[in-house]
Design a binder for this molecule. Sequence first.
Ligand SMILES: [Fe+2]
Ligand SMILES: [Fe+2]
Length: 218
Amino acid sequence: MAATDGKLRVAAIGDLHVMENSVAPYRELFTEIANAADVLLLCGDLTNFGKTSEAEILAEDIRACSIPVLGVLGNHDYECGQPENVCSILHEAGMIVLDEQAHEVGGVGFAGVKGFLGGFGRGELAPFGEPIVKAFVDEALSEARKLENQLRTIRTDRSVAVLHYSPIERFDHVKAVVHGHAHHGTYEGRTPLGKPVYNVAQFVLRPLLGKPYTVLEI
Ligand SMILES: [Fe+2]
Ligand SMILES: [Fe+2]
């Protein structure tokens, strides 16, 4: 399953925004990706409004995909207030929805969470004063903690952190961070400690790479 020189070819795409009137929107693309990569990461905003009807449509394309599909939900998948239903539809279709537990494919560990606004570590908002500020900070910290707990359980020497929002660092085995959400952001960046970060929102990749996904060798 590994690519040349023992590396794993990891395809990533974020911000699929599947709508309920779409017909097999990612069927062909997933087939193309399965020929180019060993594993596919979906970096959130899988549905446009978090409707179960949207999730069912994507689930069919995931079922038809011949490589492992892993990923996280995004804020759009929460819009209808039933992320657990979206999650279970995708899970039944074979997708590994990362949130509490890391997963290993071909010698690479994958840890993932949706993440939250405000990012991790940078420009930290202090949990001080109004309850709503404390609740906001609490949510961001809890997502960061979930990701760190998963990264801690990874025993492989290579791992990838998968998020919808901003990245995290601190773990040496993290070779790349992929995220979506920033439809108008830049593709490549680095965390302050130098970890490569890729914004794989399809709207960023399409004009840059001529295709809506990227393939990283990890
Ligand atoms: Fe999005
Ligand atoms: Fe988003």
